[in-house]
Design a protein around this ligand. Sequence first.
Ligand code: ADP
Length: 546
Amino acid sequence: MITRVGRPWLDWRSWRSWPQQLLRLWRESLQFRTVAITLGLSGIAILLTGVYLSLSVSNNLFQSRLEQVLLDSSRATSSAQHILDASDATDRAAVQAVLTSARISINATSSSRLSAVFLIPGATSAVAPQDFASPELRNGAITPELRAQVQQNPDEQYWQSVELPTGDGGTAPGIVVGSQILLPAAGAYELYLGYSLADAENTLLFVQQTAFIAALALMLLIGAVTWVVVRFVVTPIRVAAETSQKLAAGDLEVRIPEKGEDVIATLARSFNGMADSLQSQIKELAELSEVQQRFVSDVSHELRTPLTTIRLAGDVLYDQRATFPPATERTAELLHTQVERFEVLLGDLLEISRYDAGSVRLETEPTNLVHLAEDAIDSMRSLAEKNGTEVRLVAPGGHLSTELDPRRIRRIVRNLLGNAIEHGEGKPIVVSIDSTASAVALMVRDYGLGMTEDEADRVFDRFWRADPSRQRTIGGTGLGLAISLEDATLHSGRIEVWSSPGRGSAFLLVVPRIVGVEPGESPLLLPPEDAGALQPAQEGRRDDDA
Ligand code: ADP
C-alpha cells in the first residue's frame, strides 16, 4: 500500500512526534530506509577509521618527539659536562659559578627551558653548590622512581611522561629526561631537563578536527549520493505501485511508461501486458454477462405471453375443479399453484434483469412508513393466520412522512414479513419502526428457525436458500432478498441481518429521510435487544390495534 503519496516527509513543527514520524518513514519509505542504513554503516566504518588514524598519528607524533628530546638532552648534557670538566674551581663560589654557566650552556644548546639539578644524596662535599629546579619541575613532576634510576646508573639516560603546569594554571603533557653530570670538585649531580609536548598536542588536535570535519562532509556526501541513486531506482517502483493500486481500484486504462531496456523497463512491459490481458478478459466477461442478462430478460419476456395463456386456461380448469374426478381436481389445483409460482418467478427475474440493465428509477413521494407497514401487515394477514402467527407492530417513531418509493419499500416489507412468517414457526413476529432526523428504520424480528452465521452471510445472494427442500407455502424463488437489497440500495439505504439458529432472525431496513444522502446511524440496532429470547416480550401493539 502506498500511503506516502503527497505526504510531507517530516512535520518539523511538531517535534514531539518526531520519533513516531521517523518510525513511520522507516516503515513506509524504502528510500529513507536505504539512506538511513547506508549512513549508519558508513558512519561506523568512518568512526573506526578515524579512531585508528587518530591513535596512530598521536603515537607517531609522540615517538618522533621523544627521539628528538632524548637526542637534544644528551647533546646538552655532554656540552655541560665539557664545561664542568674544563673548570678547575675549588672554592664554593667558583664551583657554583661553573654550575650556573653549565646550566646557561644547557639552556642555550637545548630546546628545553626547564631544568633541575640535584646533588646525589650521600655525596657530601663542603664546596657542593645548592640544588636547583625550575618552578615547573618542582612539586612532584620528577618522581622518586625516575630519581632512583638516575642515581643508580651514571651513564644512562632515563625519561618519563609528565604533566607540566602551564602559565594559565592548566597543565600540558611533557617529557622529563634525567641523567648524571659530574662536578670534579663537588661530586655527581642528577640533571633533569623538561620538554613540553604542547606543540605536538596542538598538531594532534588540528589533525583530529580536520578529520572530524572531513568525516562529516563525507557522511553528507554519502547520504546525498545514496539519496539520488535510490531515487533513480525507487521512483519507477513507486510509479508501478501507484499504477497497480489504481488498476486494483478498477481503473483499467492506467499503464506504466515504458522507457529503456533495463529491468525496470521489463517490469513496466510485463505489468502493462498483464493489465492489457486483464482489461480484455474483464471486457469479455462484461460482454458475456451482458449477453446473459439480455438472454434472461428476453426469455422472461418471451415466456410471459405463453404463460398468460397457460394461466387463463389453468384458471378455467381451476374454477371448474369441483366437477372433475378427485385425481383431476388435485391436478387442476397443482397446476394453479405452480402457474402462480411461475408468474412470481418470472416477475422477479424481470425485476432483477431491469436492475442489471440499470434501467430502474425511483418514484418517490412523501410516505408514512408506519402506515405503509400497517398496509403490508394487513395484506399478509391471511398468510399469517394460516401459519398461526401473530404480527405485532411497535412504532414509537417514524410517523413523519419520508420521501420514499412506496411500491419498492412495500415490496421489501412484504418480503421480510413473508420470510419471517415462513420461517417463524408460528411464533409472534415483531415489526418495529423508529426514526432519527436523517434516517428511518424498520426491523422485522421473528423467533423461528434462524440461520447460522454462514447462512446469514449468503442470505442476499441470488437464488440462495438455506434449505431448498424446506416446505414452501408462498412459493419463494430465492430472489426476494436480492431484490429487496437492490431496492434499499436504490434509496441509498441498506438492509442488515442478524440471525441465530433456534433464536430467530432480525432484518433491519434503514433508509435516509432525504434520497441520495447517506442515512448514517440507524435508530434501531442489530443484534436486537432481545437477541437471546425465544419469545417476544409481552408489551407492544398488536397489528389489530394499530
Ligand atoms: P425466498 O424467496 O426463498 O424467501 P429470499 O431471498 O427471500 O428467498 O430468502 C432466501 C433464503 O433466506 C430463504 O430461502 C431462507 O432460507 C432464508 N431466510 C430468509 N429470511 C429468513 C428468516 N426470517 N428466517 C430464516 N431464514 C430466512
